[in-house]
Ligand binder design. Structure first.
Ligand code: MTE
Length: 310
């Protein structure tokens, strides 16, 4: 296989690399050990994980709510349509590429990623920039464990995340200039944010594997930031030297920034961020600074003006 040079990594080259892996898998079917290896990679529906004791006594939203009201523009800008449109999405095999300023660039299958890091549950508040919120029991592992494994070098100042670009999966990626946003969807974190113990890689929720509409097979969850930072269906994680230009900042820099910390004191230009509507509840509740995680994360921003770096 052609060695991937980080400079010519494009969504297309990753797509090719992935096709190559898949072909290898199919060719290996003649050997029974390969068959059992392949079967071993079939995703388990249920997951084994350490439960979260829920010390904050958060009231969970129902699974019904969390899986039927989603934001996944690659399928549709509608909240419910992605549920049906993603029904046949093939999420296995699925390898994620790890590139950039790390010890060894590589692609790892999601099943192997799951096998490497013990899974735990995290019950987190989740606040969308649009003004709705929910509480979700995610299952996965903290991102810092993956970063420890990848060994970023001293040049790695940021982590860049990219959603898969595959128009055969995602209908809106087929619409050219008529697509809702530019693809692939990109997000980024400063290295200290990425290494914060709350920053989470999720592979499941409500005790089961993620459903396609929620970002299967693997996504990011950053509970103190607006939901758009929690990028779905990850294709690529890169440790980089420069601040990545995230999708929503690129789309509309007046309304969306890089940091996107939940902040009831800084309104969106078109609506207030002081309150939020909890899915399934009547009325609104006050939005908390850093979505209720100020004690844990406020220190990360002590040197910056959060009105300017919104
Ligand atoms: N990731 C991708 N690739 N595409 C998207 O459209 N939407 C974001 C985020 N991640 C989005 C994405 C937004 S705006 C939110 S609020 C959350 O996903 C929603 O996650 P959920 O649908 O699982 O609640």
């Amino acid at each position: 296989m052609k060695k991937l040079n980080p400079k010519d990594i494009t969504p297309e080259s990753l797509f090719e690399a992935r096709r190559h892996f898949i072909k290898l898998g199919a060719g290996a079917l003649v050997s029974s050990t390969a068959v059992s290896q392949l079967l071993a990679k079939m995703p388990e529906k249920t997951l084994t994980y350490k439960p979260d004791a829920n010390p904050l006594k958060l009231t969970l939203n129902t699974e019904e709510q969390a899986i039927n009201y989603v934001n996944f523009y690659e399928f549709s800008t509608d909240k419910e349509k992605p549920v049906k449109l993603s029904k046949d999405m093939k999420t296995s095999p699925w390898s994620v590429g790890f590139f950039g300023e790390i010890a060894k660039e590589q692609m790892i299958d999601v099943e192997d990623i799951i096998a490497k890091f013990p899974l735990e549950e995290r019950i987190y508040r989740f606040r969308c920039v649009e003004g709705w919120s929910m509480v979700v029991p995610w299952i996965g592992f903290p991102l810092y464990k993956l970063l420890d494994y990848l060994q970023p070098n001293a040049n790695a100042k940021y982590v860049k995340f990219t959603t898969r670009h595959d128009p055969s999966i995602f209908p809106d990626q087929n619409r050219g200039i008529f697509s809702a946003i530019k693809y692939p969807y990109v997000e980024g974190l400063r290295m200290d944010e990425a290494r914060h113990p709350l920053t989470f890689i999720a592979v499941g929720m409500y005790g089961k594997r993620l459903l396609p509409q929620n970002g299967a097979p693997i996504r990011l969850v950053v509970p103190w930031k607006y939901g758009f930072k929690s990028i779905k269906s990850l294709d690529l994680i890169e440790c980089v030297t420069q601040e990545p230009l995230n999708t929503w900042q690129a789309e509309n820099p007046k309304e969306y920034g890089f940091y996107a910390n939940v902040n009831p004191e800084v309104d969106h230009p078109r609506w207030t961020q002081a309150k939020e509507r909890v899915l399934g509840k009547l009325g609104k509740q006050a939005t908390l600074p850093f979505n209720g995680y100020a004690k844990e994360v406020a220190h990360l921003y002590k040197d910056i003006d959060l009105r300017k770096f919104f």
